[in-house]
Design a protein around this ligand. Structure first.
Ligand code: NAD
Length: 499
């Protein structure tokens, strides 16, 4: 069995805690590797190395730091297939999806190549007699990130690319469920010219996370994962005086107005609801058709499309729509919630519970599910299912539909499908959700915009990537300087300031 490592000071290092987690191939259900779970001492060792390496890296000029990112982009493209294969093997997502995971991270790295421009400070000439004032954006020092299983390439790159290009050292604690790609990314960054110790990967679970939260040298923590853990990390990290940004779970609603193009809406729901087995924080998990007639038309269009979905392992090629979910526990949790939906009175229109794939009987596959007549008091509405389960909540009016989304505790993404500009504009203005799609089901902002939800989907005030990342990973220092060259001997000015 393969034993994975940490990546510390430019080397693959075996775990010494004696604790390991199993890493599965979700398509077969086999344990394919074990990953070491770091102790607080192993984490502290990585921090010591990062702290020693960081000042020299911060002193490298921003253009040279950006060149490491340029080279890294080349290497990501060179190794795209290799990375995607490793990603699919541990995560289960299809090969095109895995490439998309790498590609969306790569785009943030490309954005970071603009660091010299983003890191320019501000300058006021003659703020007073002989006085100039300037602000610098300086690196924080040692920074850290804790990432979820569902985007093991993209989300680490969201964090470490801006952190590092700003001159910080970064310690990545990836998900213990799919840790191989983060290790490969660290190797590639070094091949791109990054000095040792600036990007390190410390694998682990709560023990490593708590060690990050409590280590006094670590200046900032980025987290993406489920809301309860986000809330915990934000609270403990902030109370330890760190700069923290945490991104949590989601329950994304898509409102379908009676005037929407129903084929377009149904196609959108298939991709957004079932793609990546629903394991996306931007997946649409709630469809809200307005009016019973719209709901009936929508369900009629959805059912045959759902029944045609191809579920299979990534090795079956490009025509697979989605793969297995990440673990047996994730599968069980989804099936339990489906049962709760039935027990609480929702109508299960498409039942994927008995799905089984010949040759992959032990894989963590979940067939697609569609619920109708879901109501806001049901658990399947309130909770994030994170599986291929779409719930339909019938709304009588646009007001009822928008209020559903407004009242839900999560606020990551949402969408409206309509042909009416007024309604779309009203929705975009009034909704209390961070990312909004108009006839676009998964409105993920591109790298040069910022990504982030509202309400219980986020803790902290800056978003991921885009200009916010340069704010999060730097501190502003403002210098006021006075030089006497503008003064005559005796302290009198040799020019007359204007009245
Ligand atoms: P998770 O919260 O279980 O784990 C995320 C990270 O936290 C992992 O690195 C894990 O090791 C660590 N962790 C888990 N339990 C912990 C504990 N008790 N104490 C300290 N650390 C702990 O999330 P996941 O299952 O890996 O990912 C899925 C979740 O992430 C979903 O809720 C999804 O919506 C969310 N997500 C959100 C975004 C976003 O941008 N808002 C993006 C992707 C995923």
């Amino acid at each position: 069995m393969q034993e994975l490592t940490h990546y510390i000071n430019g080397e693959h290092v075996k775990g010494t805690s004696g604790r390991f987690a199993d890493v599965y191939n979700p398509a077969t259900g086999d344990v394919q590797a074990k990953v070491p779970l770091a102790s607080a001492a192993e984490l502290a060792h990585a921090v010591d190395i990062a702290a020693a390496a960081q000042p020299a890296w911060a002193a490298v000029n921003p253009q040279r730091r950006a060149r490491v990112m340029m080279k890294f982009v080349d290497l990501l493209n060179r190794d795209m297939d290799k990375l995607a294969e490793a990603l699919s093997r541990e995560h289960g997502k299809t090969f095109p999806d895995a490439k998309g995971d790498v590609q969306r991270g790569l785009e943030v790295v490309e954005y970071c190549i603009g660091a010299p421009q983003m890191l320019k400070g501000e300058f006021t000439d003659s703020a007073g007699p002989g006085i100039d004032m300037y602000s610098m954006k300086q690196a924080l020092g040692v920074t850290a990130g804790i990432t979820p299983f569902n985007f093991p390439a993209m989300i680490p790159m969201w964090m470490f690319a801006p952190a590092i290009v700003c001159g910080n050292a970064f310690i990545l604690k990836p998900s213990e469920r799919d840790p191989s790609v983060p290790l490969m990314l660290a190797e590639l960054m070094e091949e791109a010219g990054l000095p040792k110790g600036i990007l390190q990967v410390v694998n682990g679970d709560k023990e490593a996370v708590d060690a990050i939260l409590d280590h006094e040298v670590i200046q900032s923590i980025g987290f993406v994962g489920s809301t309860p853990i986000a809330e915990y990390i934000y609270g403990r990290g902030c109370s330890n005086g760190k700069r923290v940004q945490c991104f949590g779970g989601a329950k994304n609603h898509m409102i379908i107005m009676p005037d929407a193009d129903m084929d377009q809406a149904a196609d959108a729901l298939i991709g957004a609801g079932y793609g990546a087995a629903g394991e996306r924080c931007m997946a649409i998990s709630v469809a809200v058709p307005v009016g019973d007639e719209t709901a009936d038309r929508l369900i009629e269009k959805l059912v045959p499309r759902i029944e045609k979905l191809k579920v299979g392992p990534y090795t079956s090629g490009d025509d697979v729509d989605y793969g297995p979910v990440v673990t047996a526990a994730a599968k069980q949790n989804i099936l339990n919630l489906v049962q709760t939906g039935i027990d609480q009175g929702a109508t299960l229109v498409v039942d994927g519970r008995d799905f089984s794939l010949q040759g992959y009987e032990n894989g963590f596959f979940v067939g697609p599910h569609l619920f109708d007549n879901v109501t806001p008091d049901m658990d399947i509405y309130k909770k994030e299912i994170f599986g291929p389960v779409l719930s339909t909540v019938r709304a009588k009016s646009y007001e009822e539909a928008i209020n559903l989304a407004i009242d839900h505790e999560y606020g990551n993404g949402t969408a409206i499908f309509t042909r009416d500009g007024d309604t779309a504009r009203d929705f975009a203005n009034r909704i209390n959700i961070g990312m909004v799609g108009i006839n676009v089901p998964i409105p993920v902002p591109l790298a040069y915009h910022t990504f982030g939800g509202w309400k219980k989907s986020v803790f902290g005030d800056l978003n991921q990537h885009g200009p916010d990342a340069f704010k999060f990973y730097t501190r502003t220092k403002t210098v006021t300087s006075r030089w006497p060259s503008g003064l005559k001997e005796g302290g009198e000015f040799n020019f007359k300031p204007m009245d």
